[in-house]
Design a protein around this ligand. Structure first.
Ligand code: DAH
Length: 339
């Protein structure tokens, strides 16, 4: 039997030597060491041996099995290495090959304007405030001194979620939210999306963006409002920009005004951008109405303030010479790449 074992060993070693790949090597393993392998069968047939022979044969078989297993493992490793070497040889990287062009996005014109405006006001000591887009009607209207029969409350103008909840139609409700949670002095701007029940055309969209401003402190006057907006207009639209105020009405300010800027394209002579007027309407503003202060628990005898609000799209369109608002929302890369 020892003779038979050493023959099996020789045959197996030769087969291991001759195996051409991992698969053939595995076949050798099955043939000799598998459940029905030649060496395994020897172990199984040991029952017929004498008690003296059994341990001798047993240990010989184990020794041979260990040896074969080691050789097979060695072979497997070298086949695995060969595969890697072959891949390394064939898959070499040409580092001189020109790379694929990376396309970088750009900041959307609306975001650019918002960022510029934020920068200007942060420079004047303002903080950025935020409020919900799905807003209580109380904040959108009542706290802002807007009477129950005001046309802006009409369902034709404002999107109602329920009788008491609206999609905010202006960023002005953030004024009330800030006044209720912060003590004066207050200096904030609030950029954000607003919603109105408008059909889409070149100058209207049911979703657009506004930036609200609010300053509350002791002894704030209309002169502070004017100086602030003048400074802002020059920084945002160019140092030569002039500003003018026209009386207007807003429920939440008294007095109220609309502010125009001299056309930054023609300098006021009249052109396509200002439609021959020389002036471009910029924003609504005024001194915060005492009722609004009272509604937000601020004593109008002690404090006063100003507020303003303007549309971001309008500025972006004028600044970048965009004549159709829809272009700002279509997100056509060919359009956006230009800014
Ligand atoms: N909320 C106004 C609008 O959407 C704009 C506005 C006017 C805001 C006067 C103000 C303001 O803060 O004082 O038309």
């Amino acid at each position: 039997m020892q003779e038979q074992i050493s023959q099996i060993k020789e045959k197996a070693l030769e087969a291991i030597q001759n195996a051409k790949d991992a698969k053939e090597l595995d076949e050798v393993r099955v043939q000799y060491l598998g459940k029905k392998g030649e060496l395994t069968l020897i172990l199984r047939s040991m029952g017929g041996l004498s008690p003296e022979e059994r341990p001798v044969v047993g240990s010989l078989v184990n020794q041979v099995r260990d040896e074969l297993e080691a050789k097979i493992e060695e072979g497997e490793k070298s086949f695995a290495n060969k595969v890697i070497e072959e891949r390394l040889a064939t898959e070499n990287i040409d580092v001189t090959e020109p790379s694929k062009k990376m396309t970088l996005g750009s900041v959307h014109p609306i975001t650019q304007v918002v960022n510029d405006v934020k920068e200007i006001f942060i420079g004047m000591g303002y903080q950025i405030a935020d409020g919900p887009e799905v807003e209580l009607a109380t904040y959108n209207f009542d706290k802002l001194n807007t009477p129950p029969d005001h046309p802006a409350r009409d369902v034709q103008d404002t999107f109602y979620v329920t009788d008491d909840i609206v999609l905010r139609s202006q960023t002005s409700p953030v004024q009330a939210r800030v006044m209720e949670t912060q003590k004066p002095p207050i200096k904030v701007i609030c950029p954000g999306a607003v919603y109105r029940s408008d059909s889409v055309d070149a100058t209207h969209s049911p979703v657009f963006h506004q930036i609200e401003g609010l300053v509350i402190d002791k002894n704030i006057s209309m002169a502070d409002l004017k100086g602030t907006l003048e400074m802002f207009a020059k920084k945002c639209l160019g140092e030569k920009t002039q500003i003018r105020f026209r009386p207007h009405h807003f429920p939440f300010t008294e007095p109220s005004a609309e502010a125009d800027v001299s056309c930054f394209v023609c300098g006021g002579k009249g052109c396509r951008v200002c439609k021959g007027e020389g002036w471009i309407e910029l924003l609504g503003c005024g001194m915060v109405h005492p009722n609004v202060l009272r509604n937000c628990n601020i004593d109008p005898e002690e404090y006063s303030g100003f507020a303003f609000g303007f549309g971001v799209e309008r500025i972006a369109m004028a600044k970048f010479g965009i004549d159709d608002m829809r272009l700002l929302y279509e997100n056509d890369v060919r359009f956006l790449k230009q800014f």
